[in-house]
Write a new protein. Structure first.
Length: 730
């Protein structure tokens, strides 16, 4: 059981054992929502778990467990739904016993087809069928009884009533007529087939959770810690602290997130990012827990461990997506809430109808049993969560993390993709390519002032200025009174002089005279450079000291990614804060058309531009990586954050791309489309199966044995169809 507390609310993940169909899901959700303090409860049949949001109190967890138990189910730890290293034959014993006892009952039925009469004595049929009915089938009576006590119905109730009716009819015919035609084989075979179906479901469910188990297996059990007193010690990973120095040997997994302090190596990060090639790591490089050290020994300092590590956050994202309920599931919930009572009514009408038509009690009862057996709503409960689990799992393998089911379902309808430019379509590491001092001032002195003023900033342009100054051997000193002006630039004091660094747009707003460098502005903008200016506050006002030009490079593969998205028929837009000339020059290199560029957009205006793109019913995906992209990511129908960007952007987005590859945007949209297609296919077949099967059973075209086999097959087919998503490649 996992809990996450905050002053106002908390979330708890609780395993729920014993659920068999969509009706069970509804019953557990209703029971949990009745607990005082619970604001939301979502139950997932495929993971056999519940996620509950509640107001913290001392005994809330005990109350939630009690509510699950009182509803007729078993509360347990959430992780128990993800067994490690389970054998494919786990849980097969009841199925094997059922097959062993039922086979002698089925063989005479097969013999009848060939004119052979191998009918067993009635007492032997009774001895074979009764253990199957009441020992192996005890789970159906237990769960069905709890459903009745709660005033609802579920799959177990239908199976219990139907098979008991068949067994009871056989006993009555045996006692009343002696050795006549009995139906012990029907009740025994139906129980066995249902058990077989549930066992096959369990095997398939384990396959849908392989993504999480694979991620969990990336955690090494121990870490080689350099003790502060000297020497090394092998400690359990849970005892590693942020700040510890760790030794990572060749072939071992990196135990925590951190920074390399000694050594050089290559690290395989494919399980985390989907990037197939090892990445070179030297002193100062960041390494991620769970990646594999390919060759050299190195020493690292841990910066994030446990729940704060990148791997732990990835696992939480995948778990959250798989536990969430897609909007399309609401329709299933509404149907399943009334499904079992309606089926019981249809079975009663079937029984009465056949009696009214002149059939005997025996024949009428068998047709009613067939209705009860074939109508079990297992497939309805598995249709959506199984597809979501398979889809999000395979996406995670390629470095595409989908935060929730709603984002997954919405992404397939995207018709417009908007991109931030810097860091998303470009490398995001601009270089200072020109520093043009104003007439009459010293270039080195002004570069020192600009670098000093921006030495504390993480902005890519600021880092480029500081790097250029250091490359020239110019001293950079700390500034005083630095103040960032949102979307415009920075101002502060260097020494006893006051400077401003910012965009030309800001300089125009401040009415700074730019005429002395206007020809350079025109030339550099024509070459596609991004321009900033350094201005000093003097007695007369603001005086231009220097013009700075920056150049960035498109990301490798960005142009190809744009082409693939265009081939999907999507409308593409690049939103940039750059001047119009620089933005259009980069757009041309990326393969974007002039009308697909929105330039000179302030960070605070990006969300408004996204809102404008959504007008007319368009579904917009926004792709970005920075803090200033977070409002736009939240304003879009689907926010897609680059995992190489900031935590703020990733929290605001519904989809995170674990490596800075724009090509994964098309992958995210494609897996969303394929998953939604699987959900719709599953729901169609689940509904169609019941819509066709119930009338056929009521009209006498299906006997209980065939109905039981069809019911088991429906659940397995839904899971198998969902698991086809695991073959997705990108």
């Amino acid at each position: 059981m996992n809990t996450a507390h905050s002053p106002a609310a908390a979330t708890l993940d609780l395993g729920v054992g014993g659920m068999t169909c969509a009706s069970c899901v509804n019953r557990v959700e209703r029971a949990l929502k009745k607990v005082p303090g619970v604001s939301e409860a979502t139950v997932n049949l495929a993971t056999e778990s519940a996620r509950v949001s509640y107001a913290p109190s001392d005994d809330i967890e005990a109350q939630l467990r009690r509510a699950v138990r009182n509803a007729g189910y078993e509360p347990r730890a959430a992780e128990s739904g993800l067994p490690e290293g389970a054998s494919p034959w786990d849980g097969f014993l009841p199925v094997g016993l059922g097959l062993l006892l039922s086979l002698p009952l089925v063989v005479p039925m097969i013999g009848d087809l060939f004119g052979r009469h191998w009918m067993l004595p009635a007492w032997l049929q009774f001895l074979l069928a009764t253990p199957v009915q009441f020992v192996l089938g005890a789970r159906f009576y237990k769960a069905g009884w709890h459903a009745l006590r709660a005033g609802t119905g579920n799959m177990d109730l239908l199976v219990a009533i139907g098979t008991t009716a068949g067994w009871g009819l056989s006993v009555w015919l045996w006692l009343a007529q002696g050795q006549g035609h009995l139906y012990f084989e029907a009740s025994a075979v139906v129980v066995t087939l249902v058990l077989l179906g549930k066992w096959l479901e369990a095997r398939a469910k384990r396959q849908t959770t392989t993504a999480i188990r694979a991620l969990q297996s990336l955690r090494p059990e121990i870490a080689h810690v350099i003790l502060r007193s000297g020497g090394e010690a092998d400690l359990p990973l849970a005892e590693v602290l942020a700040g510890d120095q760790l030794v990572v040997r060749p072939g071992e997994r990196v135990p925590a997130d951190g920074v390399v302090e000694q050594g050089d190596t290559h690290v395989d990060e494919s399980m985390l990012t989907g990037e197939p090639l090892p990445v070179s790591k030297g002193v100062g490089a960041r390494v991620t827990g769970g990646s594999i050290n390919a060759e050299g020994r190195f020493v690292m300092r841990a910066t994030a461990v446990g729940k704060e590590s990148v791997l732990a956050r990835i696992i939480r994202l995948v778990e959250d997506a798989q536990a969430a309920k897609a909007p399309i599931q609401r329709m299933v919930d509404q149907v399943s809430a009334v499904f079992v009572p309606v089926v019981l009514a249809i079975a009663a009408l079937t029984f009465g109808g056949w009696l009214f038509a002149g059939a005997g009690v025996e024949e009428a009862l068998i047709h009613a049993v067939a209705v009860l057996v074939i109508a079990c709503p297992c497939a309805l409960g598995l249709a959506t969560p199984a597809a979501i689990m398979a889809g999000t799992g395979v996406a995670a393998r390629y470095g595409i993390l989908i935060k929730d089911a709603e984002a997954l379902e919405r992404a397939h309808r995207v018709d417009t993709v908007a991109f931030d430019k810097t860091g998303t379509l470009t490398v995001g590491q601009p270089r200072l390519v020109a520093f043009v001092a104003a007439p009459g001032v010293d270039e080195s002195e002004q570069l020192a002032a600009a670098a000093s003023l921006q030495s504390g900033s993480e902005h890519p342009l600021a880092r480029a200025v500081v790097a250029a100054a250091r490359d020239r051997g110019i001293a950079v000193r700390p500034p005083d009174g630095v103040r960032a002006v949102a979307g415009r630039g920075t101002e502060g004091e260097v020494g006893k002089r006051s400077f401003l660094v910012g965009s030309l747009r800001w300089m125009q707003e401040l009415q700074v005279p730019l005429a002395p460098v206007q020809s350079e502005i025109d030339r550099l903008q024509g070459e596609g450079a991004t321009l900033s200016a350094l201005v000093e506050r003097v007695t007369e006002g603001l005086a231009l000291r220097a013009l700075m030009a920056f150049a960035d490079e498109p990301k490798a593969g960005a142009a190809g990614a744009i082409t693939r998205l265009r081939e999907r028929g999507l409308r593409l837009v690049m939103i940039s804060g750059d001047n119009r000339a620089a933005a259009h020059a980069m757009a041309q290199r990326l393969g974007l058309q002039p009308d697909e560029v929105q330039a000179e957009v302030l960070p605070g205006e990006k969300a408004d531009r996204v809102a404008q793109l959504r007008e007319g019913g368009h579904v917009v995906a926004m792709v970005g990586d920075g803090v200033n992209d977070a409002p736009a990511l939240a304003a879009a129908d689907v926010g897609i954050a680059m995992g190489t960007g900031t935590d703020v952007a990733m929290h605001a987005a519904g989809v995170t791309l674990m490596r800075g590859d724009v090509g994964l945007v098309a992958g995210a949209l494609d897996i969303s489309h394929r998953t939604v297609v699987k959900i719709r296919q599953n729901l169609f077949w689940a509904f169609a199966y019941n819509v066709a099967g119930i009338p056929l059973a009521a009209l006498g075209y299906l006997n209980p044995v065939v109905a039981g086999a069809a019911m088991a097959l429906s659940s397995v087919s839904v899971l198998t169809n969902a698991l086809l998503l695991k073959r997705w490649r990108f």
